[in-house]
Design a protein around this ligand. Structure first.
Ligand code: DAT
Ligand code: MG
Length: 150
C-alpha cells in the first residue's frame, strides 16, 4: 500500500492548525500509521530539502522549517501521494484552489502550512529521515472495508 510523508509545518503549529490539517487529510480515508512532533535542525532540513539547495529561497526555507516544532506523519492508502498533494493544493497558496489546505488556510509560498511527498520513491526516502522502523505501525481498522475494496 502506498505511503507518503506529511509535515504540518511550523507556521501551522503556531497558528493552532495541527488538528485542522490532520483532520482534512485523515477524513479522506488515508490511515495515519506514524505521528510525532519534533523540531528539525539545519542538517535534517538540508537533507529533506536537498533538491532545493542552491535556489534563491533555500536559506529562507531552512530558516523557516527549523524555526519551531512541526508535526510529521506517515499516511497510507491507495494513491496516498496524489491524494495528499491534491488536498494540499498548489505550492503557492495564492494559486491553490479553494477547498485545498493551502487555498483555504495560507497566503504565502514561504508559509504554506503543509508538506507532502511528491512521489512514492521520495516518500520512502523522506519517511526514513523522520521515522525509525519501530515508529511506523502496521495495523488494520475495522472501517477499512468501507473505504477501499481490498
Ligand atoms: P511543494 O512543497 O509544493 O512540494 P516544492 O517542493 O517546489 O513545493 O518547494 C518546497 C518548499 O519550498 C515549498 O513548500 C515552499 C518553498 N518554496 C518553493 N518555491 C519557492 C519560492 N519560489 N519562493 C519561496 N519559497 C519557495
Ligand atoms: Mg516538494
Amino acid at each position: 500500500m502506498e505511503r507518503t510523508l506529511v509535515l504540518v509545518k511550523p507556521d501551522a503549529v503556531q497558528r493552532g492548525l495541527i488538528g485542522e490539517v490532520l483532520l482534512r487529510l485523515e477524513r479522506t480515508g488515508l490511515k495515519i500509521i506514524a505521528l510525532k512532533m519534533l523540531r528539525m535542525d539545519r542538517d535534517m532540513a538540508g537533507q529533506h530539502y536537498g533538491i532545493h539547495q542552491g535556489k534563491a529561497f533555500f536559506e529562507g526555507l531552512v530558516q523557516f522549517i527549523t524555526s519551531g516544532p512541526l508535526v510529521a506523519a506517515v499516511l497510507e492508502g491507495p494513491g496516498a501521494v496524489e491524494v495528499v498533494r491534491k488536498e494540499m493544493g498548489e505550492t503557492d497558496p495564492v494559486k491553490a484552489l479553494p477547498g485545498s489546505i493551502r487555498g483555504d488556510l495560507a497566503l504565502s509560498i514561504g508559509r504554506n502550512i503543509v508538506h507532502g511527498s511528491d512521489s512514492s520513491e521520495n516518500a520512502r526516502k523522506e519517511i526514513s529521515l523522520f521515522f525509525k522502523h519501530g515508529e511506523i505501525l502496521d495495523y488494520e481498522r475495522q472501517i477499512d472495508g468501507w473505504i477501499r475494496e481490498s
